[in-house]
Structures are given as structure tokens and as C-alpha cells.
Design a protein around this ligand. Structure first.
Ligand code: NAI
Length: 340
């Protein structure tokens, strides 16, 4: 029995999480869900977007399945996602972007994974204004790239590539301009690559890499990069396979691992019952792989791909004709699971 912290989230969160939980349970894997709240749901209930009970639950279970959270505006709240990343040292953000047959995209053969450093770089949170007589005359944000943080994420990427039977790592940087931060990251990548002779290694400057990703995404296998570049390139990769509604992400840390859809709470379609549950269900598949249930993980992925390819039971964002709702799409996926 796996004990997992479950955060339904805000907006479309509860509906897509419910769909994903049903699909996970349909595999027969035994899960005890420890339901906790965060985001606006927690502000309304406890006056706090990240209650201590939620943190305690993740601390105890070490695995969290999280719906999207609305970031409360005003009130001085910190982003819950950033707080979770720091609290559990979730240093690796892993996002596969693998084309789905049956979607309307420029390429049908994208198959890449971005591994983004999640805790440092330009997002280290060291920034300030320089003011003269209360006038902001400048702003500074400091990027922090440490040897320890870089070794950790680059080794993670190589080990991931080996586990997932992937062949090549591309390290993305801007070492021609950012000679210290990107330069150190690149040097460390080159050192570590020597320990993995079975995995091909190359590097790309981020601007050229972006162009190649939209022109020839088939060139890429696993990308490893610092926080800001990874943030942007992983969304670019999501766009290549049909958008955020299809893309899942794992946040792997030293103290816990958290699995989620990469999109937000979609307030524009909340309560309509039409959100695409795919990203959340694929996050469930990644989570099952992580907790040692690879067969169930693969069965879910296969069923999702078949339902999207078939096209008869998909949400409006994917449907070419007569769309269905979130719950009906999940039911179609469960039906496929049982047929397999
Ligand atoms: P969003 O990702 O929620 O929505 C962007 C667009 O994509 C909207 O038109 C939405 O309807 C559509 N969309 C998103 N997910 C979809 C799905 N599963 N099926 C069909 N369409 C989908 O981004 P937005 O509007 O910028 O943010 C809304 C809230 O979500 C904000 O409070 C933001 O801070 C939060 N957010 C939370 C994240 C998380 O918890 N991991 C990630 C991104 C945003």
C-alpha cells in the first residue's frame, strides 16, 4: 500500500485530480490517499495557502500528487509552489514532451525530456531595487549557480537518461555571455559526462537551441539546464506536443517528490467540467513509475495515448468534433485500461 499526499487544488484542480485518481485506482495499484489542502482552498479554510498539516503530510509520505493552485493575489502570500520547492529541496523538474498521435501539431515525432534545475540560478530570490530619493533607478537580480547544485542536477539527468534508456544529453547554457554562472554549469557538465561514456553528450547555447527546437525537435533527447532557461524551454517543448493540457511534470527532491500537471488552475473554464485531464493523468503515470509501479505507469500512458488517437472521447481542446467532458474522457481511459 502506497501512502500519498493528495492536494486537489483550485479551479479545475479537483475535477482533473478526481479523474486521475480514478485512473490510478483502475490499475489495481493500492494507494491510501492522504487528502490535504493548499492554495486558495486552504486560504478559505485555514487563512493560510500552505497549512502546516499539509507540509507534515508530505514530510511523512514523501510523495505528493498535486492539482494546480491559484496563486492568491495580494495579502503578501508567497507562491506555494516556490515554498514547496524550497521546503522539500525539489531540485529536479522533469518534463517529458512526447507527441500524441491524433493531436494537431507541427511535428508528430517529438520525444524529448527537459530536466530543469529548480532551486537556484536567476530564481534564487536574491533581488533588490536601487533607489535614489524613493525613485527606483535600477533593479538587480543575482543568479546563483553552485557546484553542488549543478553536479546534483546534471548527474540526475544522466542517471535519468540511463534509467529511461535515452541516448543523449544536451546541456543548454549561455556560457559565451554569462561566463561565470553558465560557464561553471557547462564545465561541470563536461566533467560529469566523462563518467557516463554510454550516453552521448553535447551542449547548445540557449538561443540557438530554441531555434533548433522549433525547427528540428527530433534532434533532442534529454535537455539539462539551469532554472530560467529550463522554465522557458520546457514550456516551448509543451507547445511542440499540443500545449499545457497534455504535459506533466515531476519535481524530484532529496526529501520528497511531487507530481503535477504543468498548467495552472484555468479559472476561465473552472466549473464547466471540460478541462482536459491528460496532464494530471500523465503526472499520475510518472508518479507510479517513481514509486516502483512501472507496469501500471505504462498501462496508463498507453490507454491515454489510445483515447487521444481515437479522438471520440476527448475534451474540447483536443476534439475535432463532438467533445466530451473531463469525467467522460477519464472513463474512456479506464475502459481502455481494462481492455489491455
Ligand atoms: P493556466 O494554465 O491556468 O491557463 C492558461 C490557459 O490554458 C487557459 O485558457 C486555460 O483554460 C487553458 N488550460 C489550462 N489547463 C487546461 C486543461 N487541463 N484543459 C483545457 N484547457 C486548459 O494559466 P493562468 O490562467 O495563467 O493561471 C491561472 C492560475 O493558475 C494562476 O493563479 C496561476 O498562478 C496558477 N498557476 C498554477 C500552477 C501550478 O499550480 N503548478 C502553474 C501555472 C499557473
Amino acid at each position: 500500500m502506497h501512502k500519498i499526499t493528495l492536494i486537489p487544488g483550485d479551479g479545475i484542480g479537483p475535477s482533473i485530480v478526481d479523474a486521475a485518481v480514478k485512473v490510478i485506482e483502475a490499475t489495481g495499484v493500492q494507494v491510501q490517499w492522504d487528502v490535504q489542502s493548499a492554495g486558495m482552498a486552504a486560504v478559505e479554510k485555514f487563512g493560510n495557502p500552505l497549512p502546516e498539516a499539509t507540509l507534515d503530510s508530505i514530510r511523512a509520505n514523501r510523495i505528493c500528487f498535486k492539482g494546480p493552485l491559484t496563486t492568491p493575489v495580494g495579502g503578501g502570500y508567497r507562491s506555494v509552489n516556490v515554498t514547496l520547492r524550497q521546503a522539500f529541496n525539489l531540485y529536479a523538474n522533469v518534463r517529458p514532451a512526447i507527441s500524441f498521435e491524433g493531436t494537431d501539431t507541427a511535428f508528430s515525432d517529438v520525444n524529448l525530456v527537459t530536466v530543469r534545475e529548480n532551486t537556484e540560478g536567476l530564481y534564487a530570490g536574491i533581488e533588490h531595487f536601487i533607489q535614489v530619493d524613493a525613485e527606483k533607478i535600477a533593479a538587480e537580480s543575482i543568479a546563483v549557480v553552485t557546484r553542488k547544485g549543478s553536479e546534483r542536477i546534471i548527474r540526475y539527468a544522466f542517471d535519468y537518461a540511463r534509467r529511461a534508456q535515452r541516448k543523449k544529453i544536451t546541456l543548454v547554457h549561455k556560457a559565451n555571455i554569462l561566463k561565470c554562472t553558465s560557464g561553471l554549469f557547462l564545465d561541470i557538465g563536461r566533467e560529469i559526462a566523462k563518467d557516463y561514456p554510454d550516453i552521448e553528450f553535447d551542449d547548445r547555447i540557449v538561443d540557438a537551441c530554441s531555434m533548433q527546437m522549433v525547427m528540428q525537435p527530433q534532434r533532442f533527447d534529454v535537455l539539462v539546464t539551469t532554472n530560467l532557461f529550463g522554465d522557458i524551454l520546457s514550456d516551448l517543448a509543451a507547445g511542440l506536443i499540443g500545449g499545457l493540457g497534455l504535459t506533466a511534470g515531476a519535481n524530484i527532491g532529496t526529501d520528497a517528490a511531487l507530481f503535477e500537471a504543468v498548467h495552472g488552475s484555468a479559472p476561465d473554464i473552472a466549473d464547466k467540467g471540460i478541462a482536459n485531464p491528460t496532464a494530471m493523468i500523465m503526472a499520475g503515470s510518472m508518479m507510479l513509475e517513481h514509486i516502483g509501479e512501472p507496469d501500471a505507469a505504462r498501462r496508463i500512458e498507453r490507454a491515454v495515448r489510445e483515447v487521444i488517437k481515437d479522438g471520440r472521447s476527448v475534451t474540447p481542446d483536443l476534439a475535432k468534433a463532438s467533445p466530451c467532458g473531463t469525467a467522460q474522457m477519464a472513463e474512456a481511459i479506464i475502459e481502455r485500461l481494462h481492455q489491455a
